[in-house]
Design a binder for this molecule. Sequence first.
Ligand code: RRO
Length: 319
Amino acid sequence: MSNDISLNDISLSTKIAGIALPSCIYNASGPLCSTADELHAIGKSASGAILSKSATLAKRAGNPSPRYIDTKWGSINSMGLPNEGYELYANLSNELNAYDKPYFMSVSGMSFDENVTIIKELANFEHISAIELNLSCPNVPGKPQAGYDFEQSRSLLEAVFAVATKPIGVKLPPYFDMPHFEMMASVLNDFPIAFATCINSIGNGLVIDTSLESVVIKPKHGFGGIGGDFIKPTALANVRKFYTLLSDKKLAIIGCGGIKNGMDAFEHILCGASAVQIGTHFMREGTPCFKTIENELKSIMKEKGYHSIDDFKGKLKDI
Ligand code: RRO
């Protein structure tokens, strides 16, 4: 029976915070989303949304290079938040509205007050659909990841929601211990969070070049965020755990981590993701990856007899 479904009858559309996305597959904040040209390229592609690089108040050059290395199994980066400053990303919202998909801005202020200031300012931009507040940048020397400090996260969310007029989601770091999932979930449950993106890179890994007997990136003595294949099991665990802990709310979980084909996307959705973001693989393949993953996911759904992602979202079985 299942094979009787035509690929044309399969939809990957989804909703985040009530906002319609034509496809549940889009870019992660970070790779290839820092300039106007890059954001327009995402607009023209099959990506289901356009998400900006994390923005700070002022333009930043970021950390010294080399600061991003691709390996067989994934990536290590210590970019250090290079970005054009939030105004550029906000001002682009009008022209990016020409594409038939929402524009999300990632915000990662250098301080508590910076986050509040930026989010207050973004109220003036009609065509920014939602904000992904980055609680998890691992690469600014001397700055801890906010998402690992539950009280600090709570205070920041209190301040942000006091000024926010748009849907606000959070980009979380990976958690590895059951009590930590529960502590962050109990913070998030106290706010009208629109979505939680799980996960940012696994912070402070180390990749080594054995022939040179050295680290491979320059900042922080070679320590950097790990992305790609190796982080998929951690990403799936975080999607699954937050989906279970937060599923009584209207909050969408967005899966990010180790997705390079349709089956990886299928796994994230099965764990509870309403959409998936592509990071390391997008950096490698560029914008054609969105269409390729879309076609692969649709073929898997056809094979399994599913018409929409709601047919299997979150339905991972225990044995
Ligand atoms: O710019 C970065 O170094 C960076 C950021 Br803001 C982030 O959220 N995650 C990451 O792996 N790198």
